[in-house]
Design a protein around this ligand. Structure first.
Ligand code: TRP
Ligand code: ZN
Length: 467
């Protein structure tokens, strides 16, 4: 067990969330306490301003109207939340290039300010600790994507016919206000109006499609809790297909430029999902599918919840990767960005498993190939469980050394214990968050083994571990 890591992570999380002592109210009942401000960030060292303290979001009801020709978005965000401290004011993450026009809290006008990526809301009255409240934010403007510390684009990414909307790690603040750290999951409903020449695709189940006066409103219901970075509202001249295939509701959107290559795309999902369900446990969401856009300038896919987004027709391994993320990343989500290998190492290992199942390459051959990287190579200098900073989030060690770590664990504890560990991880943390220390503890509990040395070498120490 890495107790030190667990403590450090807990300290980062709890520090900014600890409210300052409330103003003394004395004994006079006429003098009311006014609470204290919610923290402006969730305390993640990679993205300190991301997320907010003092409340917990439960549901986002987003009504968005988008005009691709002008790039103008007009939105109403209705957020249900619960105060986790007595709250004098609280923050939401929203870039200031979008203009907030009004804010109400429980139906009363609230005052607000915008600066950087923070919207600060002061309700007319302090919110009591534990109290449920609702916030309504009207806003508009021309959303622009952000550039991440690793140089990739993220958020509301415009394409020739609409928007490629991928939000890992910090793009959500470019198009809707919220508590955007991944530890605050919530259900979502998206009501999106676009010109009828376009389609708007989001997470969850398509519940309505209403054409009216040259525009069409699409309503998507995302009923399982979701982290903001996994939300998507993607827009384009898509071909939309929605059908039941092999027990799954498969909803796909394909850019017509790719229609030929994407023929049969919906049917490719059930076999992969059936296989992963047989080893990881039941598929955690009410629908599946994917968004296949033509976005060569973006270059990366994302495991947007229920419905991954791809910048081209995915290969079999990319499809398996994004579908495996539905268990590892989407249903079970890390607690800090530093623990990103719990997403990428697992999804990469799932690619290896799927290729083995198809007979293309054995898992052992995949491991051997990755392990063959020379000991002097830079690759081995990054420990799996701490890539060092946000600029390295999606670097090879997170993916390949992460997957190798799982294979070494499998060889150490045997297949039965290893697959029991994966199932327990997906089952015990379903719709929640968990960190590396929790994975180590679970591996030791399920296998009944002391695994310090293995995890130390593979997760925490730089250098090529010996076998
Ligand atoms: N999580 C994505 C995947 O592995 C990858 C990803 C998201 C990414 N954002 C990125 C890769 C930015 C490179 C740059 O499927
Ligand atoms: Zn991935």
């Amino acid at each position: 067990m890495k107790r030190l890591l667990a403590l450090t992570a807990a300290a980062f999380i709890s520090l900014p969330l600890t409210p300052a002592p409330a103003i003394a109210t004395g004994t006079d009942p006429a003098i009311q306490s006014h609470g204290t401000p919610g923290a402006p960030g969730a305390g993640d060292p990679y993205f300190p301003d991301q997320g907010n303290g003092g409340y917990d979001a439960g549901h986002y009801d987003l009504s968005l109207d988008y005009e691709p020709s002008s790039g103008r978005l007009s939105g109403v965000a209705r957020i249900s939340a619960r105060a986790t401290q007595e709250l004098s004011r609280f923050n939401l993450d929203l870039v200031s290039t979008l203009s907030v026009r009004s804010v109400t809290v429980d139906g009363r006008t609230a005052s607000y300010t915008q600066g950087g990526s923070e919207l600060v809301v002061t309700p007319a009255r302090a919110l009591g600790a534990g109290r449920g409240f609702s916030v309504v934010i009207r806003y508009d403007g021309r959303p622009v994507h952000v550039v991440d510390p690793d140089g990739s684009v993220d958020g509301w990414i415009k394409t020739s016919d609409g928007v490629y909307n991928a939000n890992e790690p910090q793009g959500a603040m470019t198009w809707f206000p919220g508590n955007h750290h991944m530890t605050d999951k919530a259900t979502h409903r998206f009501t999106v109006t676009v010109p009828s020449t376009r389609v708007a695709v989001a997470n969850g189940d398509l519940v309505a499609k209403v054409p009216k006066g040259g525009r069409t409103t699409y309503v998507w219901d995302s009923r399982e809790p979701m982290a903001s970075y996994l939300a998507t509202v993607s827009i384009g001249k898509f071909e939309l297909a929605d059908s039941r295939i092999g027990g799954y509701r498969v909803t796909t959107a394909v850019d017509p430029k790719l229609a030929g290559d994407a023929a049969g795309f919906p049917d490719r999902h059930p076999p992969v999902l059936d296989y992963f369900s047989s080893i990881f446990g039941p598929y955690p969401f009410s629908s599946t599918g994917g968004i296949v856009d033509h976005a060569p300038e973006v270059g990366y896919a994302l495991e947007t919840q229920t419905r991954p987004i791809y910048p081209r027709v995915p290969s079999e391994s990319l499809l398996a990767h994004e579908l495996a993320h539905q268990w590892f990343g989407d249903s079970v989500t890390p607690t800090l960005w530093r623990d990103i290998w719990l997403n990428e190492g697992f999804a990469t290992y799932a690619e290896w498993l799927w290729a083995d199942k198809l007979g293309t390459r054995t898992v052992q051959a995949a491991f051997d190939q990755a392990y063959a990287t020379a000991a002097e190579d830079e690759f081995w200098q990054t420990p799996t469980a701490d890539p060092g900073g946000p600029e390295n989030l999606f670097h090879d060690p997170v993916y390949d050394r992460g997957a190798m770590t799982l294979h070494v664990l499998r060889r150490e504890v045997g297949d039965d214990a290893f697959f029991a560990i994966l199932r327990a991880w997906a089952g015990e943390h379903k719709y929640g968050n968990a960190d590396t220390a929790a994975f180590i503890a679970l591996s030791e509990r399920v296998s009944g083994r002391q695994l310090d040395a293995l995890f130390d070498a593979w997760l925490f120490k730089p250098g090529k571990p010996s076998l």
